[in-house]
Write a protein that binds this ligand. Structure first.
Ligand code: UDP
Length: 466
């Protein structure tokens, strides 16, 4: 831990991709580096910087600074690098004459322009891959999939005519993968589709990097990690980040450094206190996914009809184009008010770690997945976009701790899956597997564990190499 007034051993500049999940993973890495004696400068886009302060997150010790990059960008368009590059360069140049000056850059793997900036400034550089390695392997093969003419789709009907069931048996480290299990951005008929090309190009840029930090642990994704290591520069699996963070002595002093872009409702923890152990289904679709009113309604009645206690977090903007906050049927709220709580944003890690929570209905974002693995909570999976499909496939088929709900969500299936997870035989099996993975994760992140050793290796090879 770097104490106030103590001389820093180095200065890491952290550059996350400006979306909530990416920011959260980067903040955890930044806290780990701070605990190893590094001064931290954490860059946010101006709008995210403003939102964090608006959401009440003001805490920053002098050795852990947030700096806004003065660029006007929105995430509606993936081509954010254009407007971000120059202001980031100017900010870095200014920091070079600060005390202490930067000694390394850690950037999100979807911020490839940071490679050139690091080279110009002569600083060691590491990428952080905050998406799953299995999903990133998919992104890495977008180029091959395009070169072989497998994607983009030739017609919209490929989405429903069985084409997505095509088995892709040549991606190293990935067995029994179907096209539908790969990250979703190839589901277009436009060869020039922005997101598909952005993901292909960013993944290819990782081949030029000198180090890649991945948020996983060896035992969870052995085959994929082996394959990635043979393609990419040195790979450092240092997950689950939460569990590594929990090893830091005096971590209370960095705990208040937060990164939620929404205001957190802490009353849901009080509500959980009053529930039976393992009785609550926690429902949350993350920071980006949008649902239609019909999908929201199907989930609502499926949850209600399951009879299960639930905590449902619904972002105010979850239904695109509708007035905020998204409206649930009044009959649903009346019927479930004694056994359910609906709110807009929570401290997810605290919720998942609460003993009352017995299951997690999720969109399978990678942070959410790793947070659930860390505490051994089984999941019901409804992947929406990005590599969530891949995560779902691994959760259900490889790790045995997930149960998938079909894309075309229906209340009957939601009810059935919740009953199965919370009370059925399959649920018992999934819970056992979830606990097994949690134990494995704890071993990896514990003293002398593989993730702890990879972190030491990362410090020696890259972070303190200057
Ligand atoms: N999160 C949170 N409170 C919420 C919903 C999400 O703190 O009510 C956090 C969650 O813990 C995770 C991140 O937001 O760290 C979401 O990232 P993820 O990769 O799971 O999904 P995304 O939002 O990128 O789709």
């Amino acid at each position: 831990m770097l104490w106030e007034g103590e001389e820093a051993k180095g200065h890491a500049v952290c550059l996350p991709f400006p979306a909530q999940g990416h920011i959260n993973a980067m903040l955890k890495v930044a806290k780990l580096l701070h605990s190893k004696g590094l001064h931290i400068t954490f860059l946010h886009t101006q709008s995210n910087h403003d939102r964090l302060f608006f959401a009440g997150h003001h805490h920053q010790p002098t050795s852990f600074r947030f700096e806004p990059v003065p660029a006007d960008i929105t995430l509606d368009h993936p081509l954010i690098h254009g407007p971000l590059r120059q202001p980031t360069r100017s900010l870095l140049e200014r920091l070079m004459s600060a005390t202490p000056p930067p000694t390394c850059i850690v950037a999100d793997v979807f911020m490839s322009f940071s490679l050139e900036l690091a080279a110009e400034l002569g600083l060691p550089h590491a990428f952080l891959c905050p998406v799953s390695p299995c999903g990133f392997m998919g992104f890495l093969h977008y180029k091959d999939l395009m070169d072989r003419g497998i994607v983009p789709l030739t017609s919209e009907s490929d989405l429903t005519n069985g084409y997505l069931e095509t088995v892709i048996d040549w991606i190293p480290g990935m067995k029994n993968i179907r096209l539908r299990d790969l990250p979703s951005y190839f589901r277009t008929t436009d060869r020039n589709d922005c997101l598909m090309n952005f993901c292909r190009d960013e993944a290819q840029a990782a081949l030029r990097a000198s180090a890649i930090i991945v948020h996983t642990f060896e035992d969870l994704e052995h085959a994929v990690l082996d394959a990635l290591s043979s393609i990419l520069p040195p790979v450092y699996p240092i997950g689950p980040l939460d569990l590594l963070l929990s090893q830091i002595p005096d971590r209370e002093s960095i705990e208040p450094i937060r990164s939620s872009l929404w205001e957190e409702d802490s009353s849901c923890i009080d509500w959980l206190e009053g529930r039976e152990p393992g009785s609550v289904m926690y429902v949350n679709f993350g920071s980006i996914a949008n649902l239609t009113i019909q999908q929201l309604t199907e989930f609502a009645w499926g949850i209600a009809n399951s009879g299960c206690g639930f905590l449902w977090v619904i972002r105010p903007d979850i239904v695109k184009g509708e007035p905020e906050p998204a409206a649930l049927p009044a009959e649903f709220l009346a019927e479930t008010s004694r056994r359910g709580l609906v709110t807009t944003w929570c401290r997810q890690e605290d919720v998942l770690g609460h003993p009352s929570v017995g299951g997690f209905l999720t969109h399978c974002g990678w942070n959410s997945t790793m947070e659930a693995v860390s505490v051994g909570v089984p999941l019901i999976c409804w992947p929406v976009l990005a590599e969530q499909q891949t995560n779902c496939r691994y959760l259900c088929d490889e790790w045995g701790m997930g149960l998938e709900i079909g894309e075309d969500v229906r209340r009957g299936e939601v009810e059935e899956k919740i009953r199965e997870l919370m009370g059925g035989e399959k649920g018992v099996e999934m819970r056992k597997n979830a606990i097994k993975w949690k134990e494995s994760a704890c071993r990896a992140a514990g003293p002398g564990g593989k993730s702890s050793l990879h972190l030491e290796r990362l410090l020696k090879d890259v972070i303190f190499s200057r």
